[in-house]
Design a binder for this molecule. Structure first.
Ligand code: NAD
Ligand code: MG
Length: 390
């Protein structure tokens, strides 16, 4: 029986994965090794019981007693803390989904690669912060990484094992997020509640706000660069409000292969779960006649400066991705807490990138986790100084 682990099981991606696993037979189809979550230990325990997991881990040590109580009588181990998540990731499993949000996903993801596991990677932040390290470790250990971000799954599927020699460029699409149709002058006063509603996709709050600011697409441009090894000049972004085409691969002979599907993450998760086979998945089938038309526009970078920053980060190379990711996480925290406005996020990230480049340069790509964490801390310290000075 195939063994699986889901890190970040209680989030939006984790819930979609749980749905697929239960539909596929749950504990009679999979042996579940580890599930992890954070504050919602009641849900984590419910999932662990349903899948008969070996261990359930909360990221929050103060929630361990609650988790233990929720698992009482089940025989399922309970554990807590960041190190316990890494330890859970180290337990052998045939397939591990990393659906933790933010840079916290990096250490357990690296642990899966270290044991030459198969890592279904939704946690794009680990590629942005430490792409060279993640991809290098996977290559050294012979581990497999399967992209779960919808655009990257779409590129992966469109390439169908081809190498990149005949690829002129790839295009990832963006819905435009919550404020696609807002007049630019209104954006400065956008609230957290307004930014937390996505027109097409049901996702966690942080990525939904990142979609409105296009920081999500900026992360994805860098993710494309790191995962597929394409330069910034071979990665395009197209605003496509219907979110039906997820990505396109354009070849040097003028042909272009696009991946289409309903905006439902269960497709990309299910593709990674069943790869290299395909399975029947519970996603809506496309009805192009009912849709009638698909529309596209070039992104306006005055409205979404994050896209320009992504290109600059790729060009800077070295540790710029680690700084960018941390600065973005900090700016998002500041926006959610009401300390800065919606349109203050990109300038804040840019100031932190400039300050880090001046202070230390980005010369070397972080070669180990400790170095990534140092850069992450430098970025957060610089971001805090700048915020204090503003
Ligand atoms: P979410 O906020 O809904 O869930 C995050 C999960 O991580 C939860 O299980 C939470 O308990 C856990 N978590 C939070 N903080 C943690 C920490 N410090 N340490 C360990 N675990 C922690 O997020 P999501 O929307 O499901 O996104 C998860 C990842 O997938 C992100 O990297 C996101 O960019 C990526 N992704 C999400 C979608 C989507 O549709 N939601 C699409 C593509 C990619
Ligand atoms: Mg995506």
């Amino acid at each position: 029986m195939r063994s699986i682990s889901v890190l970040g099981a209680t989030g939006s991606i984790g819930e979609s994965a749980f749905d697929l696993l239960m539909r596929a037979g749950g504990p009679s189809a999979f042996r579940t090794v580890a599930l992890s979550g954070a504050a919602n230990v009641a849900r984590l325990a419910e999932m662990a019981r349903a899948l008969r997991a070996e261990v359930a881990v909360t990221a929050l040590p103060e929630k361990l007693d609650d988790l233990r109580a929720a698992l009482a009588g089940s025989g399922i181990e309970a554990a807590a803390g960041a190190d316990a998540i890494v330890e859970a990731a180290a337990r052998p499993a045939d397939w591990t989904l990393s659906a933790i949000i933010g840079a916290a996903g990096l250490p357990p993801g690296l642990e899966v690669l270290r044991r030459a596991g198969t890592l279904a990677l939704a946690n794009k932040e680990s590629l942005v912060a430490a792409g060279r390290l993640v991809m290098g470790l996977a290559a050294d250990k012979g581990a497999t990484i399967l992209p779960v971000d919808s655009e990257h799954s779409a590129i992966f599927q469109s390439l169908n094992g081809d190498n990149l020699d005949s690829v002129e460029y790839v295009t990832i699409t963006a819905s435009g997020g919550a404020f696609r149709d807002w007049p630019p002058e209104k954006l400065a006063s956008a609230t957290v509640a307004e930014a937390s509603c996505h027109p097409n996709w049901a996702m966690g709050q942080r990525i939904t706000i990142d979609s409105a600011s296009m920081f999500n697409k900026a992360l994805e441009v860098i993710e494309t660069h790191e995962f597929f090894g394409l330069g910034a000049d071979r990665i395009k972004v197209l605003v496509h409000p219907q979110s039906i085409i997820h990505a396109m691969v354009s070849h040097t002979d003028g042909g272009c292969i696009a991946h289409l599907g309903a905006p439902d993450m269960r497709h990309a998760i299910g593709y990674a779960l069943n790869w290299p086979a395909r399975a029947d998945l519970p996603v809506a089938r496309l009805d192009l006649a009912a849709l009638g038309s698909l529309t596209f526009t070039a992104p306006d970078e005055t409205r979404w400066p994050a896209l320009r920053l992504a290109r600059e980060v790729i060009q800077a190379g070295g540790a710029a991705g680690a700084v960018f990711n941390a600065a973005k996480e900090q700016a998002l925290d500041d926006f959610i807490a009401g300390r800065i406005g919606f349109m203050d996020m990109a300038p804040a990230v840019e100031r932190t990138l400039d300050a880090a480049a001046r202070e230390a340069g980005f010369a070397e790509s972080p070669a180990d986790l400790e170095t990534v964490l140092v850069w992450d801390a430098v970025a957060r310290r610089l971001a805090a100084c700048k915020a204090g000075a503003a």
